[in-house]
Design a protein around this ligand. Structure first.
Ligand code: G4P
Ligand code: NA
Ligand code: NA
Length: 194
């Protein structure tokens, strides 16, 4: 997605060979006009999938997830990483280990918001080793929903998540794929695995 790539080049910062900082439009301040286009692009890429729900994880998945859900006119459900005062019934959980942050979170959704026959589009802001996406796939399995696809804003293609999920048969669509990060330098890969 050219608009996104341009934004990454003009505002993104490679903090190291592993980490891309995009706090000016995705992870802290959000650019709603760009988010709107991101939502449209996801819908285009998963056309014909008859999606009934969008599923993401707090907090940075909520922006792009909501824009995709708005464009599809279906609900967005975001898995929680922290205990909620009100989310106490019909809980379904999965364990997500973050290699970047070296911590394990239990992610939680309520079964109540899923129904038989749901086709779920999983959305997240970043794809690294894919633990978050795997946790959301696990949640779908537990609630009996079909995974229609996985939409990612920025895939770090030099990490293993995208390859693993595609090998498992999931349609993974990343709007920008980063081939390499060097301090102060960002190189893109092809958007689709070729
Ligand atoms: P994984 O899901 O692919 O296994 O990724 P990982 O555990 O490494 O990611 C942990 C957190 O770090 C996630 O956010 C993820 O979005 C974020 N992250 C991973 N790589 C990058 C990167 O290069 N740049 C930025 N900006 N973020 C990255 P989170 O902890 O769930 O936080 P949030 O959703 O509340 O922002
Ligand atoms: Na995230
Ligand atoms: Na994040």
């Amino acid at each position: 997605m050219q608009l996104l790539k341009d934004k990454i080049l003009s505002e993104g910062q490679a903090l190291s060979e592993d980490i891309l900082k995009v706090d000016s439009f995705l992870n802290h301040q959000m650019d709603p006009m760009l988010m709107k286009e991101i939502g449209k692009e996801f819908v285009k890429r998963f056309e014909k999938k008859e999606i009934t729900k969008v599923l993401t994880i707090e907090s940075s998945g909520i922006g792009p997830g909501l824009m995709a859900a708005l464009e599809l006119e279906v609900p967005l459900i975001f898995a929680r990483k922290r205990k909620s005062l009100t989310l106490t019934n019909d809980l379904v959980t999965a364990s997500v280990h973050s290699f970047t942050k070296k911590e394990t979170n239990t992610i939680t959704v309520s079964n109540k918001y899923f129904e038989a026959g749901d086709k779920v589009l999983i959305i997240d802001d970043f794809l690294a080793v894919g633990q978050a996406a795997r946790g959301l796939v696990e949640i779908c399995k537990q609630v009996g929903a079909e995974v229609a696809g996985i939409g990612i804003v920025i895939e770090k293609a030099f990490q293993s998540g995208g390859k693993d999920l595609r090998e498992q048969g999931f349609q993974v669509e990343s709007l920008a794929r980063i081939a390499e990060l060097k301090f102060g330098e960002i190189t893109f890969a092809e958007e689709k695995e070729g």
